[in-house]
Design a protein around this ligand. Structure first.
Ligand code: HEC
Length: 146
């Protein structure tokens, strides 16, 4: 993010470009240097079923526009903080990326899902790997406990 072109591997740089692209759309929600704009957004993990019954921000505001919205988390050190999402439903970053690529395979009828995610992102396996490599590049090992 600071413009040092030697800081990351070629795969991580490809992943970063994809992350910022209008095709993968990650940066539309995970923007700013810490990769959260601190907004509340809905990525489709609320469908009213027993398994996905947390209405998120709606429980605080009572505003139906907030149904299924959660705070966009920052992504610094995300490779060290599994499991993922408010309910911990994904064990790995690859599972997260597979979800974003085809949300409807996990949740058939999400309530109030963001317009950005209404169509599958259509990412190849190589692109998914690049994205995953980029997310792991956000880990600062200096803060890792042995
Ligand atoms: C519409 C906005 C939006 C878009 C687009 C989006 N995200 Fe997210 N992201 C979120 C929200 C909101 C959460 C938290 C959801 C929850 O807690 O249930 C999240 C969670 C995550 C997490 C889990 C973080 C954690 O600590 O649990 C990762 C990793 C992630 N997103 C990566 C990505 C990547 C990679 C892309 C692009 C393929 C992307 N996001 C696109 C809004 C978005």
């Amino acid at each position: 993010m600071a413009g040092d072109s030697t800081a990351m591997s070629a795969a991580a740089i490809r992943g970063r470009e994809l992350f910022m692209s209008t095709r993968a759309k990650c940066f539309d929600c995970h923007f700013s240097p810490d990769f959260t704009g601190d907004e509340f957004r809905n990525i489709g993990l609320y469908d009213g079923s027993a398994a996905l019954n947390d209405a998120g921000r709606f429980a605080i505001t009572g505003d139906s526009l907030d149904l299924g919205r959660f705070r966009v988390p920052g992504l610094r050190n995300v490779g060290a903080t599994a499991p993922y999402m408010h309910n911990g439903m994904f064990r790995t970053l690859r599972e997260v990326i597979d979800y974003y690529a085809q949300p409807h395979l996990s949740v058939i009828n999400p309530i109030n899902i963001d317009t950005l995610l209404q169509k599958p992102l259509d990412l190849s396996n190589a692109e998914k790997s690049d994205l995953e490599t980029f997310l792991h590049a956000l880990t600062d090992d200096r803060f890792r406990q042995p």
